[in-house]
Design a protein around this ligand. Structure first.
Ligand code: LLP
Length: 416
């Protein structure tokens, strides 16, 4: 058990969260190395007979220690910006295990990716293929390219994280992909390395995956009939996780779908899970500033805000919230809210929760993915520390930013 109670106190592995809070202050993110490893290994083991590479999707959590943990486990990375590419390399992920996705890569980013000779660049348009070709030729190289195709499959998830339908900006349209492959295969700067698809995030149903992978298999067959050899089949992000009462499929179930749809082709399978690797391996710990009631509603005001964890405000996402020290008091119904000057700064509406007094701590669970990664300094609030736990030990793996650091790039205009 990575986050669990011992005598009414919430622990991360062998370390009390109260103890961490005393040392680093609040709010802070806390990650469990054990959970991270378990989640990563579940994918790796499930795909072991499929010649699979797990390319952790750095966007979910780019903390250097999180990525380094993946590197130590032999993982690769899925990056979507020059910054993520930089983090992946710094963390020790070899270039030949890095895939570069994204709908709008700049010439500068592509130049670096081509120079490094990464595993593959997932191109999303004819214009991008042409740009990669030019860049590679200028370097006297052939770039490893896959086309990210848009299979027009509905992932049955939240509209803001659906990516594989015609409505979405992502990928090469299904009907145009074959022709673009033929054109790309003749370009001197391009080596066709594979094919890629990503239909969305927080998928709880395997059927959309099955549909998309079946379509990919048919495209691979059609391409190979035309002499275009596909080595890598990149299946995009991983499965959803349980935030509340969801029942996500297991890695075994997922691997079975891959086996059934693509197994006979014996391709190198790439998966890019983010949320399901780091989501439940992280929490956000926050201190109650005060509680108040307006006669109709109770509010618990905490020191973390939507700038630290935007998911509830942005997606109406549910995160379980637990008291760090259980008092055994009868629960109340309260809104748990941050201090930001926006009505949307609410972590939980009408939540049944044990009342926690000012100074008490709450843990916002399953915040390891798209938590710190999406944080900002809105309201000019410092980025909060990130702490990693391993058994009985813990380390601050990103310190709290200071006001001085927050102002470090600012300059007063000379005319002021
Ligand atoms: N690969 C590609 C090309 C992606 O666009 C994504 C996620 C992933 C992999 C990783 O997907 P995952 O395994 O994490 O589902 N901020 C949102 C999620 C955005 C997902 C964007 N793309 C949230 O907090 O729910």
């Amino acid at each position: 058990m990575c986050f669990h109670y011992e005598g009414g106190e919430l622990f991360a592995e062998g370390v009390s969260l109260q103890q961490i809070a005393k040392q680093v202050g609040t709010p802070f993110y806390c990650y469990s190395t054990q959970k991270l490893s378990q989640n990563f290994n579940a994918y790796r083991n499930a795909l072991s007979d499929l010649n699979g590479t797990v390319c952790y999707s750095i966007k979910a959590n780019p903390n250097l220690s999180v990525v380094a943990a993946i590197a130590r486990l032999g993982g690769g990375a899925d990056v979507v910006s020059g910054g993520e590419l930089y983090v992946a390399l710094k963390a020790g992920i070899p270039a030949d295990k890095i895939v570069f996705s994204g709908v709008g890569k700049t010439a500068e980013e592509l130049t670096e990716a081509v120079r490094l000779g990464i595993l593959q660049i997932n191109a999303e348009s004819a214009a991008e293929v042409e740009m990669i070709n030019q860049i590679a030729m200028a370097q006297g190289k052939k770039a490893n390219v896959a086309l990210r195709v848009n299979p027009d499959v509905d992932a049955l998830t939240h509209v803001k994280i659906t990516t594989g339908t015609k409505e979405n900006k992502f990928g090469v349209p299904w009907q145009e992909a074959h022709e673009l492959y033929l054109a790309a295969s003749k370009m001197p700067g391009i080596r066709i390395a594979g094919i890629a698809v990503h239909i969305g995030s927080q998928l709880l149903d395997l059927e959309p995956f099955r549909l998309a992978f079946t379509k990919i298999a048919s495209m691979v067959r059609a391409l190979e009939n035309d002499g275009i050899i596909i080595e890598n089949v990149d299946l995009g992000g991983g499965m959803g996780i349980n935030y509340n009462v969801e029942l996500p499929p297991t890695c075994e179930d997922y691997a079975q779908i891959v086996r059934e749809t693509l197994g006979d082709m014996r391709k190198h399978i790439i998966v890019e899970p983010g949320r399901s690797v780091v989501g439940n391996a992280g929490i956000l710990v926050t201190e109650v500033i005060c509680a108040k009631s307006n006669g109709e509603k109770n509010f618990i005001i905490v020191d973390a805000g939507m700038n630290d964890l935007v998911r509830p405000a942005l997606y109406d996402a549910w995160h379980t919230i637990l008291p760090v020290s259980k008092q055994g008091i009868a629960p109340i119904i309260a809104d748990i809210v941050g201090p930001i000057c926006e009505s949307g700064d609410v972590f939980a509406h009408e939540r049944i929760i044990e009342p926690v007094q000012a100074g008490g701590l709450l843990a916002i669970m399953c915040a390891g993915a798209y938590g710190a990664a999406m944080s900002s300094i809105y309201n000019f609030r410092p980025l909060v520390p990130e702490v990693m736990v391993n058994g009985e030990e813990f380390a601050v793996v990103r310190k709290r930013t200071t006001y001085e650091e927050m102002l470090s790039g600012h300059v007063i205009a000379p005319w002021l």
